[in-house]
Design a protein around this ligand. Structure first.
Ligand SMILES: [Zn+2]
Length: 281
């Protein structure tokens, strides 16, 4: 089973907090926690986002993520794209390319909404080219944000349609399936052969919250919207499983999503689609 969206380092986005105090612990403790969560949930591979702390010696914000990944079998890093970088900064982009070429970074991530840049902003173009050249996907945060400083207009999944058309060689992932704009995201997936949807972070809480009576209606509503989006898109081969750990326990979230998506699509959702897109076995 592959989880395409977890965090092992705080994302360091404007106004967004650290996601969980767990991520401030030592590299060794985080690694131990991730290993135990993965093994309890039967996750054999997980892809962890970097931080938006881009410096000359951390060009994709993955230094800490890579340190942790070295201690967790099956864990790999996803680099963070920085749209404030000048396209003429060839040194930056050659570092990015080197990381991607080395396969230490298996995907790129952009934070729509948190950063006030649309996916069509020219600053992202070079990243799309690198992603296409090395056949790694570009994930975009879409939908609701955890920050009052975020601007939602940048986080709508329709923005992905724009770049999917203009960059047909690049593969894009709509994180959180654009929640709450899940049908809009499904339409973008349905229409573009180079767009995938990902189901992480659609309900957030501790293990006990997944069982609590008070959350039953919310969870039923989320389940209904995921089901609708999944059917509307008619593309079971282009949906990916992700949890957004540590915002949720891996096991509880896996069971929640498994209870929503039809059993006949589980093999594709939980492993085949991600293995093909990220070119891992
Ligand atoms: Zn996340």
């Amino acid at each position: 089973m592959i989880d395409v969206h977890i965090h092992v380092a705080p994302p360091q986005l404007p106004g967004a907090g650290s996601l969980s105090p767990v991520l401030r612990q030592s590299v060794e403790s985080v690694a131990q926690l991730v290993r135990s969560e993965m093994s309890m949930a039967g996750i054999t591979r997980a892809f962890a986002m970097g931080e938006w702390t881009i410096t000359p010696d951390n060009s994709l914000g993955v230094n800490r993520t890579l340190e942790i990944a070295a201690l967790v079998p099956g864990l790999a890093a996803i680099g963070v794209m920085d749209p404030t970088k000048d396209l003429a900064d060839t040194e930056h982009f050659s570092h990015v390319e080197a990381l991607v070429r080395s396969r230490r970074v298996v995907g790129l991530k952009g934070y729509l909404g948190y950063l006030h840049f649309a996916p069509t902003h020219p600053s992202y173009r070079r990243y799309y080219e690198i992603a296409a050249q090395f056949q790694i996907p570009v994930t975009f945060h879409t939908g609701d944000t955890y920050s009052p400083y975020a601007k939602l207009k940048y986080a709508h999944p329709l923005g992905i349609d724009d770049v999917a058309v203009d960059h047909p060689e690049t593969r894009f992932i709509i994180a959180h399936i654009g929640n709450p704009w899940t049908i809009d995201a499904a339409e973008v997936i349905y229409k573009n052969v180079n767009v995938w949807g990902e189901l992480s972070g659609l309900f957030v809480g501790e293990a006990i919250d997944f069982e609590a009576e008070e959350h039953r209606d919310t969870m039923a509503d989320v389940a209904e919207r995921i089901r609708k989006a999944f059917f509307y898109a008619e593309r079971p081969n282009r949906f990916l499983y992700g949890s957004d750990w540590p915002l949720v326990p891996m096991l509880a979230y896996r069971d929640f999503i498994a209870s929503i998506v039809p059993a006949k699509a589980h093999e594709q959702l939980f492993s085949e689609n991600a293995a093909r897109l990220f070119r891992v076995t």
